[in-house]
Design a protein around this ligand. Structure first.
Ligand code: KE4
Length: 436
């Protein structure tokens, strides 16, 4: 596993061509390796815990398509479900049985939700949930948390995490926002600090009657992993209930990953609306939002809040989601994921102790981040203190040794039910060399 620079000629050639036809050569910014430098690997195929890039290099995958691939890539039953659906056509623009099958599976895992609506991405899910909360309450303001990312709808690209943070510009006090979001929109988004109850209380004491919704990541993945405190979770529910605001749990990343009922189950949350994405599509484009009938009844065609989508409930995507959720229900991987995560975290911590490198690991289940700064990292302000140059060296040291970690200090790494002893050994071997 010496760090012999693998051949990346094809990726380099493809990246050069891609940049002449696609902005930055990628269709989502974090993929461009801007935060870590170098040439992004163009992936040719994947199976289980592995990816193979355009030059044939085999990689152990800790991105998993940024969350969907909890079962591992190319699961035979998911692939077969897609093939079967393909035989019946691709898209009809009319209701299908598969949509209600997936809806029933989602609601079975989230019994506090009465209704669910499918869309085609996590962004659409959170954007629609916010519009619904505004329509239901008749209020305009929303509250989000610095460094949380909820997709790229204008109202949510205010002091957001993930790719915005990875691109740099985040400081202890402010996370970056996107150009192109009108000031008038941004002013309707109030920003508090995750795990900082006083910052949330201050917003409600100043603007409580005008706040339509609070949206949060049950466990943050988009600043790197941040773990919520019980006091913070309690304040979220108490303050929104007290002021008549809608509490929206953004489970796009955590849903079906942290437990059968996601962060809601794991943390005992009682949100009014939940957003999903990633895993419920099994790797195909699916998002969803759902909640109590009293609120969901405001959505067209039942009520006055409009939301629509040509490919919402697409039968092929539904088939992939159904099979994925069926597999998760038949053979829950959570104990295995926890065992792998524990061994990975302990192995990395042993290496860090031996090297004396200041670093701390945050992990919940199969979401993990190694922050290059002394712990604890419980807040956004502490996360942005991390040494991104040290992270860069770690990232490339792993990549050269066949381990594909997320290309940003401010992203969660994910592993799947297909990761086992072999992956653990190669990963720790690579980390030992990368952290030397
Ligand atoms: P999509 O629109 O990308 O399907 O979902 C947006 C979204 C919403 N909410 C949460 C909590 C999310 O993590 C995401 C998307 N996550 C990022 C990874 N940090 C997607 C990767 C990317 O942007 O390329």
């Amino acid at each position: 596993m010496k760090g012999i620079r693998p051949n990346t000629w094809h990726s380099e050639e493809l990246f050069a061509r891609a940049q002449s036809v696609i902005p930055g050569g990628v269709n989502s910014p974090v993929r461009a390796f801007k935060a870590v430098g170098g040439t992004p690997r163009f992936i040719a195929r994947a199976g289980g815990s592995r990816l193979w890039d355009a030059d044939g290099n085999e990689l152990i995958d800790y991105i998993g398509s940024w969350g969907p691939m909890i079962l591992g890539h190319s699961h035979p039953r998911v692939q077969q479900a897609i093939r079967t659906a393909l035989e019946e056509g691709l898209s009809y623009g009319a209701p299908t049985e598969r949509e209600l099958e997936l809806a029933e599976l989602v609601l079975k895992a989230y019994p506090a939700c009465d209704l669910v609506r499918f869309v085609s991405s996590g962004t659409e899910a959170t954007m629609s949930a916010l519009r619904l909360a505004r329509g239901y309450t008749g209020r305009d303001l929303i509250v989000k948390f610095r460094g949380n990312y909820h997709g790229h709808a204008d109202s949510l690209l205010v002091q957001a995490g993930s790719g915005l943070l990875s691109a740099g510009g985040g400081t202890a006090k402010t996370a970056p926002s996107s150009a192109g979001v009108p000031q008038a929109f941004a002013e309707l988004t109030l920003v508090a600090d995750y795990n900082d109850v006083a910052s949330l209380e201050a917003l409600f004491s100043q603007r409580g009657p005008d706040i339509a919704a609070v949206i949060f990541e049950p466990v943050v993945g988009n600043a790197g992993v941040l773990v919520p405190t019980a006091a913070f979770l309690m304040a979220l529910r108490d303050l929104t209930r007290q002021h008549g605001a809608v509490l929206i749990a953004d489970e796009v990343m955590t849903g079906f990953r942290l437990a059968p009922g996601g962060g809601v189950e794991l943390l005992g949350l009682e949100p009014d609306l939940v957003c999903w994405g990633k895993i419920i599509g099994g790797g195909l484009p699916v998002g969803a939002y759902g909640g109590k009938a009293e609120i969901m009844g405001y959505i067209a065609p039942l009520g006055p809040v409009y939301q629509a989508g040509t490919l919402s409930g697409n039968p092929i995507a539904m088939a992939a989601g159904i099979e994925t959720l069926r597999l998760l229900a038949e053979n829950p991987p959570y104990a295995k994921l926890e065992a792998y995560g524990k061994a990975l975290q302990e192995g990395l911590e042993d290496i860090l102790r031996a090297t004396g490198i200041p670093a701390t690991i945050n992990r919940v289940g199969s979401m993990i981040t190694l922050f290059f700064c002394p712990g604890p990292v419980a807040t956004y302000a502490q996360a942005v203190e991390a040494d991104t140059e040290a992270f860069k060296r770690f990232f490339h040291g792993l990549l050269e040794r066949g381990v594909y970690w997320p290309p940003s200090q401010f992203e969660a790494a994910f592993f799947s039910a297909a990761h086992g002893q072999a992956e653990l050994e190669v990963t720790l071997q690579g980390a030992r060399a990368a952290l030397q």
